[in-house]
Ligand binder design. Structure first.
Ligand SMILES: Cc1cc2nc3c(=O)[nH]c(=O)nc-3n(C[C@H](O)[C@H](O)[C@H](O)COP(=O)(O)OP(=O)(O)OC[C@H]3O[C@@H](n4cnc5c(N)ncnc54)[C@H](O)[C@@H]3O)c2cc1C
Length: 412
């Protein structure tokens, strides 16, 4: 079979790339996937509601090897262009909301998957399902896939290695290998993933949640902040989770791969030290006969405070009035900087996204591999991952649009 373009991967980026191409030209397009149906991971996004994009789009919300290239991509293929396409061509309206998060008006991810699948059916795309791609090679007229399918151009949209049960199993490394050198690929690691911590005292508060500000330090000896976030932290048997933790997890994992031992500092009061010191002291003075835990109960959960008092060897103190000034300093310090040493993360199967993949610096602005004209890459297979909030799907839409543009100019 001969195609003008073969897209490998019928996830968010592959489907969207196919729609963009067919909206411009009636080319012979095939889309291949190892699954029996399209958009398996896309269906799971936003807990089935699909946080499709974000109106506060900025490269600083992403980790990548080339922020400049990402900035150009997000400028030329911004969220407005993507969402207009969803509305005007695919018939998907967006919900009106007061925040910056963007969801389909139905709050259903199957709306998004069905809209793209139906558009491709209407426009005569060839679906080649239940087909694992194991080889891509160059031939005279373009490329040969699995030794039998021929195409003038190829788009690799196979995702990363997260949630492998949805089909993305790291095959980008094998498929791109004939066309890339070691400098073109960043190793794959899980990101947007819960983190494991060294301190065992937090197992006693497994299941507890708290609003906080987070600072991730490179290690315990430096004050170099790698990442910051805010939100609700969830303490677990193995460590910590919650969106604010997921958002900084990629930075923690990168630091660990560089041999660092990153430390998370949890500000449980969301206050500066001087302000927190006043609040702590005021409560202790107001309730001198209570235990420290009961005196401070209005500021912090008592089970977390029990851990803090344990760390400071103050568990036996019976009355707030028995605490020294130094004790109050230390309690305040621990409340605004509750330290957790990061030792690892949960696996790819618990990671919403993959960090690593084909370097952005190895593709041009149309996502064409610089070493291999006619071979395009988009979506999570590229070395670019964002925080939670619609950023990863927007990267799919933007990179897929750019790849579609590249395919069309290649074919003309
Ligand atoms: C639980 C969860 C919730 C999420 N929620 C959000 C959210 O709300 N908002 C957001 O922005 N992002 C979210 N994400 C991230 C988002 O889902 C991904 O960024 C996005 O799906 C990546 O799309 P992709 O097309 O690049 O890869 P994928 O969706 O992984 O698609 C790749 C496709 O390629 C196929 N494939 C792989 N290798 C081969 C091969 N060798 N041969 C044939 N086919 C192959 C796979 O079967 C798969 O269908 C979430 C992720 C998860 C896991």
């Amino acid at each position: 079979m001969n195609y003008d373009v073969l897209i490998i991967g019928a996830g968010a980026s592959g489907l969207y790339c196919a729609c963009r191409i067919l909206s411009e030209s009636r080319v012979r397009l095939g889309i291949i996937d190892s699954n029996d149906s399209v958009g398996k991971k896309l269906l799971m996004t936003g807990a089935g509601r699909c946080n499709i994009s974000n109106y506060d789009m900025d490269p600083r919300f992403y980790m990548t090897d080339s922020p400049d290239m990402l900035a150009r991509l997000l400028r030329h293929h911004d969220e407005k262009v993507s969402l207009d396409f969803f509305r005007d061509e695919l018939g998907v309206l967006m919900a009106e909301r007061d925040d910056k998060l963007c969801y389909p008006a139905t709050y259903r991810s199957d709306t998004v998957v069905n809209a793209m699948r139906n558009y491709l059916i209407d426009n005569d795309a060839d679906f080649i399902m239940n087909t694992q791609v194991y080889s891509i090679s160059r031939d005279d007229g373009g490329f040969t896939v699995n030794g039998s399918l021929h195409s003038k151009t190829i788009v690799i949209a196979v995702g990363g290695a997260s949630y492998s049960r949805t089909g993305s199993n790291g095959s980008i490394l094998k498929l791109a290998a004939p066309f890339t050198g070691s400098g073109d690929i960043a190793p794959l690691y899980p990101a947007l993933v819960p983190l494991k911590t060294m301190e065992k005292d937090i197992t006693s508060i497994s299941g507890a949640r708290a609003y906080c500000d987070l600072n991730l330090y490179e290690d315990s000896r430096t004050d170099k902040v790698l990442a910051e976030s805010s939100g609700e932290i969830l303490f677990t048997q193995y460590g910590v989770s919650g969106i604010c933790v997921l958002d900084i997890s990629g930075y923690a994992i990168k630091a660990m791969t560089e041999g660092k031992r990153p430390v998370l500092s949890v500000n449980l009061l969301k206050m500066s030290y001087p302000k927190a010191r006043v609040e702590v002291e005021t409560n202790l003075l107001n309730f001198p006969d209570r235990s420290p835990s009961q005196a401070l109960n209005g500021l912090i959960r008592d089970d977390i405070l029990a851990i803090i008092l344990g760390r400071l060897n103050l568990t036996e103190v019976r009355h707030a009035s028995d605490l020294s000034r130094a004790d109050i300093d230390n309690i305040t310090g621990c409340m605004i900087s509750f330290k957790l040493t990061i030792t690892g993360s949960l696996s790819f199967d618990n990671a919403q996204i993959t960090t690593g993949g084909i370097m952005l610096s190895s593709v041009n602005d149309q996502m064409e591999l610089k070493s291999t004209p006619g071979l395009f890459i988009c979506g999570e297979a590229l070395n670019c991952n964002g925080i939670c909030g619609g950023y990863n799907l927007q990267f799919c839409w933007s990179s897929a649009s750019a790849a579609a543009e590249g395919v069309l100019s290649c074919l003309n």
